[in-house]
Design a binder for this molecule. Structure first.
Ligand code: GLY
Length: 317
């Protein structure tokens, strides 16, 4: 019998205690991950996932989510989904009820959710709308100083590009962060789930790494599971989650495996560079994480935990 372990990214503590309770009662890692992420998606104070997520360049919330089972490497994902508050549950339904496919996007994913009876809801909360509008009015620091219009960081460059995009696209008057949860149940099954509203101000239809197997999510019961948060384009280009799992396969600790995968992603040229983070869990219950900056943590609960603990991630400096 395996020990019960759940790890998650920053802000996953909104869902991990309930997920652990499911495992303690003998429930599956699949149930635990889905429930944990549902609670995160329903957390209105979290503006990077589910209801209350920050919208795209047109002011519309589009959600991505995926779930992967380590023993079969079965994968279910949805991307660019509007109007449904729990994309992780639609992703699970793709995995279980649509075995001939693994990944649905946009209207097709929404039609599938309608067919299964999922309830539609307004995802753009007044607070998220206000944050979205406030950011649009923010001018990057170098422009404020009047030196030139070249932004200093990837985030600032991204915002400037997004602002330009919104100006062009909008006909009306008008530390982001995905959530990862990885759970191991009593049978030793390892399930990895990821949910996000994606990059704020993204181009409509943009899909990041969260819904893409090998990029933002990967689970293989032989070696372990890994997931990413942060700049999804880098994880897409470098296959970061799969790289972490391959690194663990070659004998690295979870922390070193994450660190090496992030180093590989960091070597890619990227004008819009922003932080990428990852975390990983092995079949024998070891875990670790790495991040592009100091001070990042991941969340941990084991069978005997009374509350979530926060563990440091190794920083790329
Ligand atoms: N990592 C989430 C995203 O880039 O959408």
């Amino acid at each position: 019998m395996s020990e019960l372990v759940i790890i998650g990214s920053e802000r996953s503590e909104a869902g991990i205690p309930a997920a652990m309770e499911i495992l303690r009662r003998g429930g599956s890692a699949l149930d635990a991950v889905e429930r944990g992420l549902q609670l995160c998606e329903d957390n209105l104070a979290d503006h990077y996932v589910g209801t209350g997520g920050l919208p795209n360049a047109r002011g519309i919330v589009e959600l991505d989510a995926s779930i992967m089972v380590g023993s079969t490497r079965a994968f279910g994902a949805v991307a660019a989904v509007k109007d449904f508050p729990n994309p992780i549950s639609i992703a699970r339904a793709v995995l279980e009820k649509l075995p001939q496919h693994a990944f649905l996007v946009g209207e097709g994913a929404e039609a599938f959710a309608d067919y299964l009876g999922f309830t539609r809801a307004e995802l753009l909360t007044p607070e998220a709308k206000e944050l979205w509008l406030a950011q649009l009015k923010t001018v990057p620091s170098e422009s404020i100083e009047g030196e030139n219009t070249k932004a200093t960081t990837g985030d600032e460059r991204y915002r400037m590009a997004a602002l330009e995009l919104v100006t062009r696209m909008s006909p009306h008057d008008g530390p982001w962060g995905t959530i990862n949860i990885i759970a191991m149940d009593k049978s030793g099954e390892i399930v990895c789930g990821v949910s996000t509203s994606g990059y704020p101000y993204k181009h409509p239809g943009r899909v990041g790494d969260s819904a893409v197997p090998g990029a933002g999510n990967y689970s293989d019961i032989r070696y372990g599971a890994a997931a990413c948060t942060g700049r999804g384009e880098l994880a897409l280009r470098s296959g970061t989650s799969r790289t972490v799992v391959e690194n663990m396969r070659s004998g690295m600790t979870p922390e070193d495996a994450c660190f090496a995968a992030l180093q590989e992603a960091r070597a890619l040229p990227d004008d819009f560079r922003a932080e990428l983070r990852c975390l990983a869990l092995t079949p024998d219950g070891r875990h670790g994480g790495a991040a592009g900056m100091e001070g990042s943590t991941y969340t941990l609960m084991t069978e005997n935990s009374t509350e979530p603990e926060f563990r440091p991630r190794k920083a790329l400096i």
